[in-house]
Design a protein around this ligand. Structure first.
Ligand code: ADP
Ligand code: UDP
Ligand code: MG
Length: 224
């Protein structure tokens, strides 16, 4: 991947792609709600391309020579939102790559947009989203999951200090994004407290309402 020396994505005044050609489903929910877990399930059944904004930021943070590495590290540890120019450029680059190399056109964008300015800039300059899949869980459930993930994740933000800050950012900065999409009737809200499989059953049922069906592999019987 080229260095993101070109941060031009957000300066565009019209979308790079049309929503007829490229489908974007935003996946939101508090830290630990299970976004990544549900996205993995969707990838295998629906053939979507899964792009986690957090994973792309961590990858850029660790890329030798990145001019953004130190900045990203600080924002992640503090649970605050990295300036949108960086995240949107990383997402656009990854989308382009998946279109060219894997022929993908439907994207699950996980953990983004976490702030209203990002939501507006992405839809204005990259592509309007179709809807948002929102995973709802109370903080006590999310806290327990994150502390448990922290035992093996190696993530600098899966500790109690960072988690508290992330919860605060979620309530103050990210929920307004969900509320705005909700007011536009573009949110599928799923209760995320049950087991991963039970949550996934709900997700599948709700996607059906939007005419989104799993990929079915057809086995044609042939005469031997
Ligand atoms: N429905 C669930 N019930 C219990 N644990 C879950 C559930 N969904 C995810 N987890 C676990 O909780 C942690 C956070 O899940 P993850 O998918 O990484 O959430 P997010 O991407 O929203 O932060 C992981 O350790 C994951 O295995
Ligand atoms: O659009 C984004 C997505 C993530 N982050 C940062 O990356 C961290 C981890 O995000 P991730 O989605 O990986 O966390 P999760 O919710 O899955 O635990 C966040 O707390 C933010 O600091 C950000 O700045 N902008
Ligand atoms: Mg995640």
């Amino acid at each position: 991947m080229p260095a993101i020396e070109n941060l031009g994505a957000t300066t565009r005044t019209s979308p790079l792609w049309s929503a007829d050609k490229v489908t974007v489903i935003f996946v939101l929910g508090g830290p630990g709600a299970g976004k990544g877990t549900q996205c993995s399930k969707l990838v295998s059944d629906y053939g979507f391309k899964h792009l986690s904004a957090g994973d792309l930021l961590r990858e850029e943070q660790d890329r030798p020579g990145s001019e953004f590495g130190e900045m990203i590290k600080t924002y992640i540890k503090e649970g605050t939102i990295v300036p949108m120019e960086v995240t949107i450029q990383l997402l656009e680059n990854a989308m382009k790559k998946a279109m060219e190399e894997e022929n993908k056109s439907t994207f699950l964008i996980d953990g983004f947009p976490r702030k209203l300015d990002q939501a507006h800039a992405f839809e204005r300059s990259v592509v309007p989203s179709k809807f948002t899949l929102f995973f709802d869980a109370p903080e006590d459930v999310m806290l327990e999951r994150l502390l448990s993930r922290g035992k093996t994740s190696g993530r600098a933000d899966d500790n109690i200090e960072s988690i508290k800050k992330r919860f605060r950012t979620f309530v103050e900065t990210s929920m307004p994004v969900v509320d705005e999409f909700e007011s536009q009737k573009r949110v599928i809200k799923v209760q995320a407290t049950r087991t991963p499989d039970e949550v996934y059953q709900d997700v599948q049922a709700r996607l059906k309402d939007w005419d989104i069906e799993p990929i079915t592999l057809k086995f044609v019987k042939t005469d031997a």
